[in-house]
Design a protein. Structure first.
Lengths: 235, 326
């Protein structure tokens, strides 16, 4: 795959694949790159963030400068290219986890189901069944700790964001454009909410507090309100 | 062995240099906005450079010290006083037990740092003492400090036996952080090229105002550009200093509490060495932008970090000499 690398100011670099659209294949490749960099980190590396079509490294430029006393940008680019080359020939998929997420699509939780029905000309049951029918890729964790950006939904249930954010409950499952995602915390948000999961995506006392990662896969399955409540209690 | 908040400030939080290594889970770095003042503050009291300190905004807290302490106030000048006596900024200050720290009025800057010798005895979250207000974790109970909060102090390394207010005789010569008429340097971002030549020119000619809506998440600049055609960007990592062009045509600069990822056009990035200067600009203040090359940005960063190192070593030597005698 073709790629480009650009600076993220003086404290980061982004490696971006040139793609029509991110896919399970491309996100898995970026994830393998991340694994390479994680196992052989260069001095000064602070963070690695995989998102859709890119992998970014955030670093302390001064530490790298003192270590290599040369061109820092060229050094970081070389590190990224080497990780990419290794990722291309590696077929290690042990890191990728498949998540099965229970969702209660009851109208009490799926507060926007009715309006998507009206706008997309589908019944509630059709939306629920279409939403569950796919295995999604986790393209990014962002916005909030543990918020997965999943893609892509079937085009029949694509729905735009709300014009302005409203208050959203933790566990809410939503759709925004062609993406679907889960709110790990109570938060303002503009996604159209179709259900709620009793599963915790962010547990502050754990280290790391989030288990899901970009490059994982995920599918949803429907549960009843009773099941939702009993799973919430066990949590 | 503690400090107590007598009266709460508007936004005073425990911070360090930030929480790194968790961005991929959407957990942002937080940390001090002015990392230069923060680092020098710790140096002045003989602490490790990443030791937790309190970042204060004006009006700032009133703080009571139960025991003799060595403190420093760096960053914005809010005219600090100990028991009604004015104390200087950017100095090592030895204070007696029962001292009350107050701040009279805001003379300059936007935020200051209170560093206390030994540091605070609080739990860390994910290897950092920085406060994440959004998820209510880290720092002191994951929130801003309020009246009656009592923060325990770590055991003091130095034996402080001064029973009166005493200003230690050295001062800091912060050369790299001299305010050069509010000129802030930036590097072109990935979407810089999407601006028309005229917009590029007006971008660097313009004077920018810090809007009142600015906070620890982002500085909002009161200047409108025309929207660029980049609506199909996928989100990717952003960092402190990233300048995003919003659909409204406004520019924001991401700061310490920024989200880990963003999908707006990145037209530029403030150079690391100028983030401390930018962090000290108050709403209503004006500044101009100056486009530089990576070589220049790197040079500025190296000067700043070397300066911090030199100052830290010099102060540590002096502190050891003063307190080793006793």
């Amino acid at each position: 795959m073709d790629y480009q690398i650009f600076d993220l100011g003086d404290q980061g670099c982004t490696f971006q694949l040139r793609l029509e659209s991110p896919s399970a294949t491309s996100i898995s490749l970026l994830k393998r790159m991340e694994v390479q960099l994680h196992h052989q980190p260069f001095a000064g590396l602070l963070d690695i963030v995989v998102a859709y079509d890119s992998l970014s490294v955030l670093f302390d430029r001064f530490i790298i400068f003192e270590r290599i006393s040369g061109d820092v940008t060229a050094f970081v680019q070389a590190q990224l290219i080497e990780a990419y080359r290794k990722a291309l020939v590696s077929n290690d998929t042990a890191f990728a986890h498949h998540w099965k997420i229970p969702v209660c699509y009851d109208l009490e939780f799926g507060i926007d189901l009715q309006s998507i029905c009206n706008s997309n000309g589908l019944s509630v049951n059709e939306i629920i069944s279409i939403h569950q029918s796919k295995v999604y890729s986790v393209f990014m964790i962002g916005f909030l700790p543990g918020f997965p950006y999943l893609g892509f939904v079937d085009e029949t249930i694509i729905t735009p964001r709300k014009p302005s954010p409203v208050s959203v409950k933790a566990g809410s499952v939503g759709i925004a454009g062609k993406q679907t995602g889960i709110y790990p915390l109570d938060s303002p948000g503009g996604w159209q909410i179709i259900g709620r999961t009793p599963m915790a995506l962010f547990t502050p006392t754990n280290s790391p507090p989030v288990e899901m990662q970009a490059g994982d896969t995920l599918s949803f399955y429907a549960i009843t309100k009773d099941e939702f409540h009993s799973m919430s209690i066990r949590r | 062995m503690s400090i107590k908040i007598i009266k709460a400030g508007i936004l005073d939080t425990v911070q360090d240099l930030g929480r790194f290594g968790y961005s991929k889970w959407g957990i942002n770095q937080n940390g001090a906005m002015d990392t230069y003042a923060f680092s020098i503050g710790n140096a002045l009291v003989g602490n490790d450079h990443n030791c937790a300190a309190i970042e204060m905004h004006f009006p700032a807290s009133q703080i009571l010290f139960s025991q003799q302490s060595l403190i420093s106030i760096t960053g914005g000048d809010f005219t600090p006083e100990i028991n009604g006596t004015k104390i200087p900024m950017w100095k090592s200050v030895s204070i007696p037990a029962g001292s009350l720290l107050t701040f009279k009025r805001k003379l300059s800057g936007m935020r200051c740092y209170l560093s206390v010798h030994g540091g605070f005895d609080i739990p860390s979250w994910l290897n950092s003492y920085s406060t994440n207000i959004k998820v209510k974790l880290g720092g002191f109970e994951g929130r801003r400090l309020i009246a009656n909060d009592q923060i325990s102090l770590q055991t003091q390394k130095f034996h402080l036996d001064n029973e009166q207010l005493h200003i230690l005789p050295w001062s800091v010569n912060a050369l790299t952080q001299q305010n050069n008429n509010n000129v802030i340097s930036f590097l072109a971002g990935t979407e810089w090229e999407l601006l028309s030549p005229m917009m590029m020119q007006s971008f660097v000619d313009e004077k920018y105002r810090i809007e009142p809506s600015s906070d620890r998440m982002a500085l909002h600049l009161g200047h409108e550009l025309i929207d660029v055609n980049a609506s199909d960007l996928y989100s990717s990592a952003v960092t402190v200093g990233t300048m995003q062009l919003l659909p409204s045509g406004k520019v924001i600069v991401l700061m310490a509490d920024h989200q880990t990822t963003g999908g707006y056009p990145r037209i530029g990035h403030i150079v690391s060495a100028h983030l401390p200067l930018l962090a000290q600009l108050s709403p209503g203040e004006m500044f101009t932008l100056n486009k530089v090359s990576m070589t220049e940005a790197e040079k500025m960063l190296i000067s700043m970090r070397k300066e911090i190192r030199i100052i830290t070593r010099a102060i540590m030597e002096k502190l050891n000499r003063v307190y080793a005698k006793r």
